[in-house]
Ligand binder design. Structure first.
Ligand SMILES: [Zn+2]
Ligand SMILES: [Zn+2]
Length: 331
């Protein structure tokens, strides 16, 4: 049963009899918390500094372009690469593209690929139930508890006292020597995401101030936006939005999170069909990642896309409507 749920979540060959998480020693816990605090705090401090400088001295067009390109590149590497390709195996692609996904996704400072994918597959397996690493729904019903749940699902879970057990959730990545080696160089790729914007800023302006501005907007400001948008997928899109499919969780299709997170806010669609490469099932549902995936397929850069047909989608929708009608009659 457990194995079936992992497969349904798009995982592969998860080892169901291993523990879900490994508790950390007090010193390891301290190290993880310091790293998490440095990443979250650094983004906030850098963003405040960038805004302060923008108010005092204005902001250059080059910095805004650097911000935009880095935002799109990092977000797509996470949504198309870390999420749809590595976590759910929604499509197949070349070794070169897989390597690029690892580099770009690592620039989001959301942890190495093994950590990211094992945490995400765990989220699908225990979605909004005990064991989910970042559900907003497991903290009680009072207002105070609601806020605690929201904070936990948005950022607090980064400071958890345990870590998802990778051998249970990502045996496929652990046994792939090339991808494993690439993701081990996480710090190199992550720091590259800070150095590159500074270098571009320096070359474009020819001044050290230009380098600082490029670093701030392509680094901390971009990370602040990418992080909050990614965290909103787990917090906001599990609280508010449409639920066209009956799933065993609170996942919802949140329009605005979908716009900013390039389709990842369509959580209800995604939890209903986790392996689907495209998350939008209606023309008006925003899914920029799905649009990019379509183009990558046409260019021959990715192949073997998984996508449910219209009848599978309609059938699942009807199951939801039928059980809703039954509940309404029962009330
Ligand atoms: Zn979810
Ligand atoms: Zn997912």
């Amino acid at each position: 049963m457990l194995e079936t749920r992992v497969k349904a979540a798009g995982g592969s060959g998860a080892v169901a009899d291993l523990p879900i998480a490994v508790s950390l020693s007090p010193s390891a816990r301290r190290v993880i918390r310091v790293i998490a605090a440095a990443v979250v705090g650094g983004q906030v401090i850098g963003t405040v500094a960038a805004l302060w400088l923008a108010v005092a001295y204005g902001i250059s067009m080059v910095s805004l372009i650097i911000f935009f390109i880095m935002y799109v590149w990092t977000t797509l590497s996470v949504t198309v690469g870390f999420h749809r390709h590595f976590s759910h195996r929604s499509f197949r692609t070349s070794r070169w593209m897989r390597g690029m996904f690892v580099i770009g996704g690592s620039m989001a400072f959301q942890g190495p690929l093994v950590y990211w994918v094992s945490t995400h597959r765990r989220h699908h397996q225990f979605s909004d139930a005990p064991g989910d690493p970042h559900s907003p729904h497991l903290h009680g019903g009072s207002w105070r508890e609601w806020w605690r749940g929201f904070w936990h699902s948005h950022t607090g879970w980064l400071f958890a006292p345990d870590i998802t057990n990778a051998p249970r959730f990502v045996p496929d990545i652990l046994s792939d020597p090339y991808i494993f080696r690439m993701q081990q160089r996480y710090m190199l790729w992550a720091l590259l995401g800070l150095v590159l914007p500074a270098v571009v800023g320096l070359l474009a302006s020819g001044t050290l101030y230009g380098a600082l501005e490029g670093f701030l907007w392509g680094g901390p400001v971009r990370l602040f936006v990418v992080s909050n948008v990614s965290w909103a997928v787990g917090s906001v899109s599990h609280l508010w939005g449409r639920r066209p499919f009956e799933t065993h969780d609170h996942s919802a299709n949140n329009f605005w999170v979908s716009v900013l997170a390039f389709g990842e806010g369509l959580q209800n669609n995604h939890h209903a069909f986790p392996a689907a490469a495209r998350h939008a099932f209606e023309w008006w549902e925003p899914d920029f990642s799905g649009w990019v995936i379509g183009h990558l397929e046409r260019l021959g850069l990715i192949w073997d896309l998984k996508q449910p047909g219209p009848s599978a989608i309609e059938n699942k929708r009807r199951v939801g409507l039928a059980s809703f009608a039954k509940r309404s009659v029962g009330q």
